[in-house]
Design a protein around this ligand. Sequence first.
Ligand SMILES: N[C@@H](CCC(=O)N[C@@H](CS)C(=O)NCC(=O)O)C(=O)O
Length: 219
Amino acid sequence: MLILHGFPFSNYHNIVKHALMQKGVPFEEHIVYPNTPEMLAVNPTGKAPAMTTEKGTHLSESSVLVEYLEDAYPEHSLFPQDVEVRGRVRQLIKISELYLELAARRLLPAVLGSVEFPQATLDEVKTVLDRGAYSLAALAKFGPFLVGSELTVADIYLRYALAIPKMVGPAKLDWNVMEAVPGLFEWDTMMASTEIAQIIDADQAANAADFMAYISEKK
Ligand SMILES: N[C@@H](CCC(=O)N[C@@H](CS)C(=O)NCC(=O)O)C(=O)O
């Protein structure tokens, strides 16, 4: 059986977990924290998530894993048929990752710890987030899903990519991504109401204490 290595507190882990559940692909969730010997054995970057395919290949990088799932399990497709719309799905995934998730993640130590960032860093992050929010507002259809009437992997990716901007924006930048993109709040509420999202969110909450213990052990 396919194995997903990672931990339920991780937003990147949850992207892949949600895609697996949505596609109905059976998998085993192997709880492993980053940079441990167990994680390094399956992912040379040490980051979560990683996956061991049914054929035994170890793969990593969330966007690669969701593409792999589509190739290996084309039934219950999470990509549109139309090649142009497939391109849009991939574009939205990249925007979610580069201009929203990764930009905001830079400030995570200021929210989770007592690290203070200089104003120049806060301004740089805000510039990238503005670019992400502007792009999302320009491209998302919210019809009700990002590219139209069908849920795609872009919706799943964005849901979890927004976790850090939602936290960092109001706390450190006096900025709220939900207000910056018209229709995003309604879309986010709809995404959160699904049965799969609720299972993933409950698993995330249940993993919080264990993950925090791993973080404090590391210090
Ligand atoms: N580009 C990676 C990012 C994964 C990532 O940053 N995962 C976090 C957990 S949410 C992690 O393992 N952090 C540990 C570290 O950066 O050392 C992906 O898309 O899978």
